[in-house]
Design a binder for this molecule. Structure first.
Ligand code: RRO
Length: 313
C-alpha cells in the first residue's frame, strides 16, 4: 500500500497536498470545501488586522501556462479566520489547520500573533513575508535585514508553531544569505514560493494589459514558475537546519509536479493556480496521480524519495 501521509512539526497529516494561501480560502464556504476535499488541510487567506476589500477588478487572469494576480490582500480580517478555525477544529480534533497572516509592519505582526495566541489556536501559523501586490509596499522577503528583525521580534513574542511564506529568490548568494537568517530561528517550516512578483501579461490583440491594478503588473503563478519553485525548495532543503521543514508551492498541476517538489525536499505541497482553475476536485486527482507514480517506482512513503534528488557526477 502506498501512503502520501506526512507530518509537519510532529503533527500528522494523512496527505501531503493542500491549498496555497490565497486560493479557495477567502471565506467559510471556500474553506469548508477544501476541508471536505482530499486536501491534507487548509491554509486561510492571509489575514490582516482589519478586513480589506483588495485591489479593483479585474485582478486575476488565467493564461494557458498559469495566472497573473494583483488581488491586493482582500481578506475578512484575521479574527474571522481564527473564529472559523476554532469552530471547525472542534468538529475535527485530530486535524491540524494553518492560519496565514501578514502585517504591514513588525508591530502589526506582533499584534496579529497576539490575537492568534489569545484565540487558543493550536494549529500552525504561516506568516506571509511575500505579498507582491500592495501598491507602494515592497515585498518584505527581499529586504533581508527586515526579515531578520521581524523574525527576532516575532519569536520574542510568540511561542506557537510558525512558518514563513517566502518570495522566490534567483541568486545563489541570496539563498545563502536568507538561509543563514532563517537558521537563527525556531521556524516550523519555510514555504517556497509565493508568486513571482510583478510580471506583465498582455493581450496582444487588444494591445492591453489583462488586470487593472498597477497597470497590469502582478504575481505570476502556474507552469511558468515550477523551475523557480523547485530551485527554491531544493536550495533551502540543502541549506536549512533539518528541523526547519519545507513546504513546496509553485507550478503544481500534476502528480509528477508533486513528486518533483518532494524529491527536491518538500514535506508538504500547496496548490494555487491549478486549484483556482480546477476547483477542490484537484486534490483527489493529484493524490491519485502521485500514488500511481510512487507505485510504479516501488515507493511506499514520502521518505523513500523526499530530498533524494540526484546530481550528475
Ligand atoms: O492578495 C494578493 O494580492 C496576493 C498575496 Br497577499 C500574496 O501573498 N501572493 C499573491 O500572489 N497575491
Amino acid at each position: 500500500m502506498v501512503s502520501t501521509a506526512t507530518s509537519i512539526a510532529q503533527k500528522k497529516f494523512d496527505n501531503c497536498i493542500m491549498n496555497a494561501s490565497g486560493v479557495w480560502c477567502y471565506d467559510e464556504k471556500e474553506l469548508l470545501e477544501v476541508d471536505k476535499s482530499k486536501a491534507a488541510s487548509f491554509v486561510t487567506k492571509s489575514g490582516t488586522l482589519q478586513a480589506r476589500k483588495g485591489n479593483p477588478k479585474p485582478r486575476y487572469f488565467e493564461t494557458n501556462f498559469g495566472s497573473i494576480n494583483s488581488m491586493g490582500l482582500p481578506n475578512q480580517g484575521l479574527e474571522y479566520y481564527l473564529d472559523f478555525v476554532q469552530k471547525i477544529q472542534q468538529q475535527n480534533p485530530n486535524k491540524t489547520y494553518f492560519v496565514s497572516c501578514t502585517g504591514f509592519n513588525v508591530q502589526e505582526d506582533v499584534l496579529l500573533l497576539e490575537k492568534v495566541e489569545n484565540s487558543g489556536f493550536k494549529g500552525i501559523v504561516e506568516l506571509n513575508l511575500s505579498c507582491p501586490n500592495v501598491p507602494g509596499k515592497p515585498q518584505t522577503g527581499y529586504d533581508f535585514e527586515t526579515v531578520d528583525m521581524i523574525l527576532k521580534t516575532v519569536f520574542e513574542n510568540y511561542e506557537g508553531l510558525l512558518g514563513v511564506k517566502l518570495p522566490p529568490y534567483f541568486d545563489i548568494v541570496h539563498f545563502d544569505q536568507m538561509a543563514k537568517i532563517l537558521n537563527k530561528y525556531p521556524l516550523t517550516y519555510v514555504n517556497s514560493v509565493n508568486s513571482i512578483g510583478n510580471g506583465l501579461y498582455i493581450d496582444d490583440a487588444q494591445e492591453k494589459v489583462v488586470i487593472k491594478p498597477k497597470n497590469g503588473f502582478g504575481g505570476i503563478g502556474g507552469d511558468y514558475i515550477k523551475p523557480t519553485a523547485l530551485a527554491n525548495v531544493h536550495a533551502f532543503y540543502q541549506r536549512l537546519d533539518p528541523k526547519i521543514q519545507i513546504i513546496g508551492t509553485g507550478g503544481i498541476k500534476t502528480g509528477r509536479d508533486v513528486f518533483e517538489h518532494i524529491l527536491c525536499g518538500a514535506s508538504m505541497v500547496q496548490v494555487g493556480t491549478a486549484l483556482m482553475k480546477e476547483g477542490p476536485g484537484v486534490f483527489e486527482r493529484l493524490t491519485h496521480e502521485l500514488e500511481m507514480i510512487m507505485q510504479s517506482k516501488g515507493y511506499e512513503k514520502l521518505d523513500d524519495f523526499k530530498g533524494k534528488l540526484k546530481y550528475i557526477e
